[in-house]
Write a protein that binds this ligand. Structure first.
Ligand code: MYA
Length: 434
């Protein structure tokens, strides 16, 4: 399989280094974490002037089993939370981005379209749609004050952005109120000026003002300290376009026509009773998903309102399908994917790569392999070029068989102010962030 590119968030692997030269290896149970972090051990060796001051797992503490699991710092009384925003360099000012406003939403969209995550070779850049941003940023109970922008004072141009949305995340048997932090972006011309730490501190302050003290986030870069490190896998749906734009390469001894044949899919799903999720399915889907997610170490605690928001199909944003037993009409299985195109940079023929991202899938009766093959079929019907999936939950059980190929980068998951006693395997993680 010739896929050689991950979604733009994952960096290319660094050269291997010997694991036994790693001074932080303290016990065997941590070996997996450390081995995963070694390709980025440049980052582990380097100082993190900002992150060293934050309540996050520190590299020096990896493998120290005397440290307790749970909050790293206790909450402070709300009256002690700083009431005024952090200071920005004088030429900038804070703005709260009202995502209901078409004008503001367009400004955010354009900032991200031109400055958000790229792959290492700058071939692709995420191009989250406006509808997607509205969906991602306005879940049940969202706080408008957590949609934070920075403007240039004179031109009023939006030059940076960071967001949080509330979520209940279960870690083992404790459900913790958290913020999911996403869309951290600083305009390309303003990079490396330490704006990001100020933005992170400001979002932290605003989260604290709501009496929330923990957060979850992902990044393609290694920071102190991932709770797990996942890999993206890619399933070609439109191999010719993927090869033409440099997303994948023709495999050794493969011709284009053999490659097209290899990835061909049936025209319609195979599972009897496979259909799009509807509003009336929310209670059954909630039961199915809650039960399924209970097996993972870290997973969202979803109620019916969350399921309605996050999983009910929204055109060009999120797609969900389920299996309704033709005999009993019971909802037995569920699969979903979200739509996140990438701009193709500097290609004459194609400007957009249409990518579907595996979201939450539950195979209670139908074999997972068959369910996911049906998901690929409907994604192909909807004209996606590629179907991406992380190796989280039980995804490893279908990736190879369904002709996904590994990407070349990694996605690291983090918790803020919450320590796990040891890192997890990706298969122990039941959380997908957008
Ligand atoms: S991940 C997506 C991040 N965005 C992009 O990759 C888009 C393209 N890149 C950019 O826009 C900039 O390069 C960014 C950094 C904005 C990323 N997460 O201002 P600087 C640290 C956390 O000089 P810049 C997402 O959105 C870096 O290690 N920290 O750098 C989740 C260094 O600190 P230290 C990061 O390149 C975000 C410092 O920033 C990241 O101009 C979760 C340098 O600052 C990163 N992705 O700007 C945020 N990249 O010296 C954390 C760099 O210590 C949330 N840095 O190494 C934490 C929870 C908060 C809420 C808590 C509530 C209780």
């Amino acid at each position: 399989m010739g896929d050689n590119n991950s979604p733009p968030e994952s960096p290319k692997e660094n050269p291997d280094q010997k694991s036994d030269s790693n001074p932080v290896a303290k016990n065997d149970s941590q070996l997996e974490t450390i081995v995963k972090l070694i390709p980025d051990s440049m980052s582990m060796g380097k100082r993190h002037k900002f992150w060293e001051t934050q309540p996050v797992g520190q590299f020096k503490d990896i493998g120290d089993s005397s440290l307790p699991e749970g909050a790293i710092e206790p909450p402070t009384p709300l009256s002690e939370v700083k009431q005024e925003p952090y200071n920005l360099p004088t030429q900038f000012e804070w703005t709260t981005c009202d995502m209901d406003s078409e004008e503001t939403c367009t400004e955010v969209y354009n900032l991200l379209k031109n400055n958000y995550v790229e792959d290492d070779e700058s071939m692709f850049r995420f191009n989250y749609s406006k509808e997607f941003l509205r969906w991602a940023l306005r879940p049940p109970g969202y706080y408008p004050s957590w949609h934070i922008g920075v403007r240039a004072k004179t031109s009023k141009r939006l030059v940076a952005f960071i967001t949080g949305v509330p979520a209940r995340i279960r870690v083992r048997d404790e459900v913790v109120k958290m913020a999911e932090i996403n869309f951290l972006c600083v305009h390309k011309k303003l990079r490396s000026k330490r704006l990001a730490p100020v933005m992170i501190k400001e979002v932290t302050r605003r989260v604290h003002l709501e009496n929330i003290w923990q957060a979850a986030y992902t990044a393609g870069v290694v920071l102190p300290t991932p709770i797990t490190t996942c890999q993206y896998w890619h399933r070609s749906l439109n191999p010719k376009k993927l090869i033409d734009v440099g997303f994948s390469r023709l495999g050794a001894r493969m011709t284009m026509s053999r490659t097209i044949k290899l990835y061909k899919l049936p025209h319609s799903p195979a599972t009897p009773g496979f259909r799009k999720m509807e509003c009336r399915d929310v209670p059954a889907v909630t039961r199915l998903i809650r039960n399924y997610l209970s097996q993972f170490v870290v997973a969202p605690d979803l109620d019916e309102n969350d399921v309605e928001h996050w999983l009910l199909p929204t055109e060009n944003v999120v797609d969900s399908y389920l299996v309704e037993s033709p005999e009993t009409h019971e909802i037995t299985d569920f699969c979903s994917f979200y739509s996140l195109p990438s701009s193709i940079l500097g290609n004459q023929a194609h400007s957009t790569l249409k990518a579907a991202y595996s979201y939450y899938n539950v195979a209670a009766k139908t074999p997972l392999l068959q369910l996911m093959n049906d998901a690929l079929i409907v994604a192909k019907q909807r004209d996606f070029d590629v179907f991406n999936a992380l190796d989280v939950m039980q995804n490893e059980t279908f990736l190879k068989e369904l002709k996904f190929g590994p990407g070349d980068g990694q996605l690291h998951y983090y918790l803020y102010n919450y320590r796990l006693r040891s890192a997890m395997k990706p298969s122990e993680l039941g959380l997908v962030l957008l």
